[in-house]
Design a protein around this ligand. Structure first.
Ligand code: ADP
Ligand code: MG
Length: 143
């Protein structure tokens, strides 16, 4: 079992001034922040990150949304990280998300849903590597 996952506080989270509130919920749920930064995705990096959704009806809107402003990728650690984080954020569509989840609390709609969470252990490692280089992670954590 993996103990790592990747979160992204998406551009709507940053614009709505919710970075602090969302990170508080993440930390209170027992996740350790192991790396964090603020970046602005380019269309190329956004398309690469969401490659699996290429060709879907919402793909172009998704890329426009994810490049509309800065976002905050965060490498997280916790036992059972991937599954527990998906539970904490709730369903993709906030209208269907469980009470108390981050998307239920703060998301406006199915596209602007505040936060990303990896969906498998394999993808978690790939996604962390997408935003944080090995060298960078080494420098941050001294391991
Ligand atoms: P999740 O982020 O819950 O893993 P997906 O991987 O299915 O969801 O989709 C990636 C992102 O694409 C979603 O978080 C959302 O921003 C956007 N998205 C997904 N499905 C739709 C849809 N039907 N309409 C608009 N945007 C969508
Ligand atoms: Mg997904």
């Amino acid at each position: 079992m993996n103990n790592k996952t990747l979160a992204i506080l998406k551009p709507d989270c940053v614009k709505k001034n919710l970075i602090g509130k969302v990170i508080t919920l993440i930390q209170e749920a027992g996740f350790k922040v192991s790396a964090i930064k603020m970046i602005k995705l380019t269309p190329e990096t956004a398309k690469g990150f969401y490659e699996v959704h290429t060709g879907k009806f919402f793909f172009n809107d998704l890329i426009a949304y994810m490049t509309s402003g800065p976002c905050v990728p965060i490498a997280l650690e916790k036992e059972n990280a991937v599954e527990d984080f998906r539970k904490l954020i709730g369903a993709t569509d906030p209208a269907k998300a469980a009470e108390g989840t981050i998307r239920k609390l703060y998301a406006d709609n199915m596209q602007e849903n505040i936060v990303h969470g990896s969906d498998s252990d394999e993808n978690a490692l790939k996604e962390i590597a997408h935003f944080f280089s090995r060298k960078e992670l080494l420098e941050i954590n001294g391991l």
